[in-house]
Write a protein that binds this ligand. Structure first.
Ligand code: SF4
Length: 252
């Protein structure tokens, strides 16, 4: 797939969020191109893109400069990086926008939560260790690489995400896994893969059934959209994490 990259100037980078007090999204669009992505439902229209989700990225090249100005006027509160894009998608290796924003936030010791699917976050490990409050979460939706490839075509392999979580955890960074939306998986196996690598876990179900039902049907996975599927997986995950002494919270 050809990637359309556009350098843009953002008016604002530190924005209000429903998940945490603020969010920072250094990019518009996401190369990982996940089929279930919540942002793909509105972002192309909102950002006036006609390309397919996953085939365009706007790079907010003034992100750090604008953040420097915004945090001077804002109350210091937790920041979620990011929400509608992956802050460590491949283009971050070239542009370092997330890193530059982290440097600005570190200077003022703002509390941060990073959520990603990419081991590129390890590039910034030394920076993260200098924060008083920093945590990194990985979205891991299944233990099966073939399922991950189907739903998250350009995202790093599950094995790599788990290895990155382990490294961060060993280095003393608070870590979490976001298992959402739960895809076809062996819940006990996935939980055991995460046991000594995360401080806590969130679970969520597929919340956009009507827009994704066709995709599930094409791959004969309809069973994994049913309420019984999510109920059963939730119980299995909660019980496995409970037994391992890891805090787990279901959002459904
Ligand atoms: S990594 Fe996140 S933001 Fe990027 S496409 Fe996947 S779900 Fe969307």
């Amino acid at each position: 797939m050809v990637l359309a990259v556009r350098e843009v100037f953002a008016k604002s980078i530190l924005n209000k969020s429903k998940v945490m007090d603020y969010c920072i999204n250094p990019y518009v669009g996401c190369e990982h191109a996940c089929v279930y992505c919540y942002a793909r439902l509105f972002m192309p229209r909102y950002s006036k893109h006609k390309e397919k989700w996953g085939s365009f990225v706007d790079v907010k090249i003034n992100a750090a400069e604008i953040l420097k100005k915004q945090i001077k006027k804002a109350e210091k509160k937790p920041v979620w990086i990011s929400g509608v894009t992956d802050p460590y998608q491949p283009l971050e290796a070239k542009y370092s926008l997330t890193r530059k924003c982290l440097e600005v936030l570190l200077h003022e010791q703002w509390p941060i939560t990073i959520q990603t699917k990419s081991l590129l976050v390890l590039r910034d490990l030394e920076l993260l260790k200098r924060f008083k409050q920093a945590e990194v979460g990985f979205t891991i939706t299944t233990d099966r690489e073939s399922i991950a490839k189907l739903f998250e075509p350009n995202a790093p392999a599950i094995k790599e995400r788990v290895t990155a979580l382990q490294k961060l955890h060993e280095e003393g960074i608070r870590t979490f896994a976001f298992i959402g939306p739960i895809l076809p998986c062996d819940a006990e196996h996935l939980a055991s893969m995460l046991f000594d690598k995360v401080d806590y876990v969130f679970l969520d179900r597929m919340n956009y059934k009507s827009t994704i039902e066709k995709f599930y049907k094409e791959h004969t996975l309809e069973y994994a959209l049913k309420s019984e599927f999510f109920k059963e997986k939730k119980q299995s995950f909660l019980s496995a994490f409970h037994d391992a002494g890891i805090e787990a919270k279901a959002l459904f």
